[in-house]
Design a protein. Structure first.
Length: 705
């Protein structure tokens, strides 16, 4: 009966079969009578029999079950991770998807994770969002059936996460829609009647919607939401006094500080960041938790950023070093990915400071330390974030090589960055990845543009630069059309500028004017809509570029008109913000207006503008003493030498002395060396040997009649 009926039925039904040998059996005869029978197990060998039974049970367990989403989900997980079975991602996806379609929350959450990380499937952020939407629907149905605060809180966060995923893809309107959907959960209840947890959830919505407004360039709208968030968090901190509430309050100060910084109000930003710092310092001392120390390190960085924006490089360095000290401690204590990533950021920030000081060797050392950590994290985790950070390190080291004049080395680093970013753009398709890819093309284009001084290959390098800039432009145009964000529009305006620069190098002034005009259109719109310091500054750059074109065409009236528009913006920014950058831009505007006077033969008028520029630059050298401020001062003396015949030699001598100082401070910065060599070749011997001899100097421009 077993041989003729039971065994064939078991095989047909796909039942697992375990032959146990109780007496010695003829194996060949057994195989003949029982087709396809597995090897026998010795029934008297306990270990062998146990192992065989366990294997059979596992084979029963990993069979799909059409009636049980839970069972299929767990079996799918087994195939996904290769737990007690050979990994089979295709089968895993099929089983987990089946469970998710039946409404199993855990399965839906797993699919979101899989599609976002690319674990077991091809990474697909849009597919992840589809399943996140399904998760919202499923959780909402459960809440309708059982309207508890616990399930409402779960529903709130799945909606918020969905908004975050849309924001990640720069789909800002969809993100805002989700955040507002989460906020509407509390509309039917008076605010005072909400529980503390619900009030906190409401503040989270305010934070998220504020972030969207800021990304859209609506700083006023963002401030409104951040202030509402602040009111709630202040109330909760005072009422509850919990660590979580105090930390939330510090985040509110951070957001309000960011708005002030974007508006150019550095004093206001510092005030908020200092309040944020006070809370984080207190929490770090009271709790000594990793989170509190990490938040404190962020506060140090924020204050360092303000010092940097104010031109206080030493102050910025001091704050960044305090942050580094904390982050090195956390990296050693915890060894977590986050701690190592934060430490790599601190190294990069200090590298930026060294670079600003002209200490390229110091900058390179910090950037290499950052690179070492990021390469380690990219290999260990293989996450998108880790690979992106590694690409940033390559770019930063490329910048250092470029500043040193090592264009070959810069090109190698930029190409490594490009390789990573191309892969990430293909793999993820995110807005961030595409923006990074565009930046890499720009970096390589800049390298070619820098080499235009090589007359033999000028045309070749110009063609290559143009090719890279056009690739960046294609990406920027696509992102501006797809996302409509302030950042995307700004990037597109920069691409137009670069293509205009190429036209200038080719001698195509009409083409340059057309590109600069398109950039100007975008920047006028951004200055009106966003009103940020950055947007206004960019607009002044556009006016200056178009002024340069008019000047090159001999249209001095048109050039003056553009330069005066740029000057109005520069003057306003210097008055409103008082930052080093704003003052420097104003000095450049004075220079441009002076240049027009020189071209017009009005040397007296030119001298007045150049002297105003000089006044600003002397103050910046005395206050900050940065290499850039010294370089600008040398340029002012050069310009004044053109329009002041009596003091011409004196100004040229001062210019040479400054460049000698710059070369001694930053010997690897090529532009300083080139400027000094040029001045020495043209004037040096004459000036230094006998200040009374002028016949070797080039003729002065004609005076205005």
């Amino acid at each position: 009966y077993v041989m003729t009926t039971e065994y064939p039925m078991a095989r047909e039904a796909g039942k697992p079969i375990l032959p146990a040998e109780l007496v010695e059996t003829d194996k060949s005869l057994l195989a003949e009578k029982y087709e396809g029978i597995p090897d026998c197990t010795d029934a008297y060998n306990d270990a062998e029999l146990s192992a065989a039974l366990l294997d059979s049970i596992k084979r029963i367990a990993i069979k799909a079950n059409d009636n049980s989403p839970e069972h299929n989900f767990f079996i799918g997980l087994a195939y996904l991770g290769g737990v007690d079975v050979e990994a089979d991602h295709e089968k895993a996806l099929e089983l987990i998807t089946f469970a998710a379609e039946k409404g199993l929350v855990e399965a839906i959450e797993k699919l979101v994770e899989m599609y976002r990380t690319g674990y077991g499937v091809k990474r697909d952020y849009l597919k992840a969002i589809e399943w996140q939407e399904k998760l919202i629907e499923t959780t909402n149905e459960k809440y309708i059936e059982e309207p508890s605060e616990e399930i409402q809180n779960k529903l709130f966060w799945v909606i918020i996460d969905c908004g975050d995923y849309y924001k990640e893809l720069a789909k800002l309107s969809k993100a805002k829609e989700k955040y507002e959907q989460a906020m509407r959960q509390f509309d039917s209840v008076d605010f005072d009647e909400l529980t503390n947890r619900q009030k906190r959830s409401y503040s989270v919505c305010c934070n998220r919607v504020g972030d969207i407004n800021k990304a859209e360039g609506n700083l006023k709208g963002a401030r409104g939401y951040y202030e509402k968030m602040f009111e709630i968090n202040l109330l909760l901190a005072e009422e509850t006094g919990t660590v979580e509430a105090k930390r939330d309050l510090s985040i509110s100060y951070d957001r309000l500080g960011n708005i002030c910084k974007a508006e150019g109000n550095l004093k206001g930003a510092r005030g908020y960041y200092e309040k944020m710092f006070e809370i984080n310092l207190l929490l770090a001392e009271e709790t000594e938790t990793v989170e509190a120390k990490r938040d404190l390190s962020t506060s140090y960085n924020r204050l360092g950023d303000i010092c940097k924006a104010e031109g206080d490089i030493n102050g910025a360095k001091e704050y960044y070093e305090k942050s580094l000290e904390l982050r090195a401690l956390l990296a050693n204590e915890t060894g977590t990915v986050e701690a190592k990533r934060n430490l790599s950021i601190s190294y990069s920030l200090l590298g930026d400071i060294c670079k600003a000081e002209g200490d390229l060797k110091g900058a390179k050392e910090y950037y290499e330390k950052s690179l070492e950590l990021r390469a380690l994290l990219a290999n260990e985790t293989e996450t998108v974030e880790a690979k992106r950070n590694l690409s940033i390190s390559y770019s930063l080291l490329g910048d250092i090589c470029k500043a040193e004049g090592d264009l070959k080395g810069a090109k190698e680093y930029y190409e490594k960055s490009l390789e990573l970013r191309t892969m990430l753009a293909d793999e993820t398709g995110t807005v961030q990845a595409k923006q990074d890819l565009s930046a890499s093309y720009v970096g390589l284009g800049d390298i070619c543009y820098e080499r235009l001084s090589d007359i033999c290959k000028a045309k070749d390098y110009l063609k290559r630069a143009k090719g890279f800039y056009e690739k960046a432009f294609e990406i920027d145009l696509l992102l501006a059309e797809e996302t409509g964000t302030v950042q995307a529009k700004r990037d597109l305006s920069i691409s137009y500028d670069r293509l205009g620069d190429i036209c200038v190098a080719e001698g195509d002034l009409n083409g340059a004017k057309e590109y600069y005009g398109k950039s100007l259109e975008i920047r006028i719109m951004l200055a009106d809509e966003a009103g940020t310091v950055e947007a206004k500054r960019d607009l002044s750059i556009s006016y200056n570029k178009l002024g340069n074109i008019c000047k090159a065409e001999g249209d001095l009236s048109g050039a003056r008109e553009y330069y005066e528009k740029a000057f109005e913006i520069a003057f306003q920014l210097a008055e409103e913000t008082g930052t080093v950058e704003a003052k420097r831009i104003l000095s450049i505007s004075y220079d441009h207006l002076g240049d027009i006077c020189v071209a017009d033969g009005d040397l007296k008028g030119a001298r007045k503008y150049y002297e105003k520029s000089l006044e600003i630059r002397i103050i910046l050298v005395e206050e900050k003493g940065s290499l850039t401020s010294y370089n600008d001062l040398a340029i002012s003396y050069n310009r004044l030498s053109i329009c002041d015949e009596k003091r011409r030699l004196e100004y040229l001598k001062k210019s040479i002395e400054i460049y000698e100082l710059l070369v001694s401070k930053a010997p690897k910065v090529v532009c300083y060396r080139k400027a000094l060599d040029k001045l020495n070749r043209r004037y040096g011997a004459t000036i230094l040997s006998n200040l009374g001899i002028e016949q070797h100097l080039p003729p002065l421009p004609p005076r205005k009649k």
